[in-house]
Write a protein that binds this ligand. Structure first.
Ligand SMILES: [Ca+2]
Ligand SMILES: [Ca+2]
Length: 99
């Protein structure tokens, strides 16, 4: 539980402090981003709840990219810029438990 709390705290802080666009390349939508959410229903529900900007029940490429960026920040608990399988699983479990 302590790990999950740290994960939440780090993720929330990182999201709050994250500049709108870190760099131009990162802000371009990745066509494969949607796969992250299609593969994991809990993540899709989370993404729709917080990143469906126009509330139409669908994630556009831009909405999905914002959600994926936020998820990566949340999942990357050691802040090394990469999400390992372990970090990914922990973050999915966190999203499932919390949302
Ligand atoms: Ca939408
Ligand atoms: Ca990491």
């Amino acid at each position: 539980m302590a790990m999950l709390f740290l994960l939440l705290t780090a993720g929330a802080a990182a999201t709050a402090q994250m500049p709108p666009a870190r760099d131009a390349a990162a802000s371009l939508p990745n066509p494969r981003t949607g796969e992250l959410f299609e593969r994991e229903p809990a993540l899709k529900a989370w993404a729709l709840r917080f990143y469906d900007g126009n509330d139409d029940g669908w994630l556009t490429a831009f909405e999905a990219q914002r959600a994926a960026d936020a998820f990566r920040d949340l999942a990357d608990s050691d802040r090394d810029g990469r999400v390992t399988t372990t970090e990914y699983r922990a973050a999915v479990a966190f999203v499932q438990a919390r949302y």
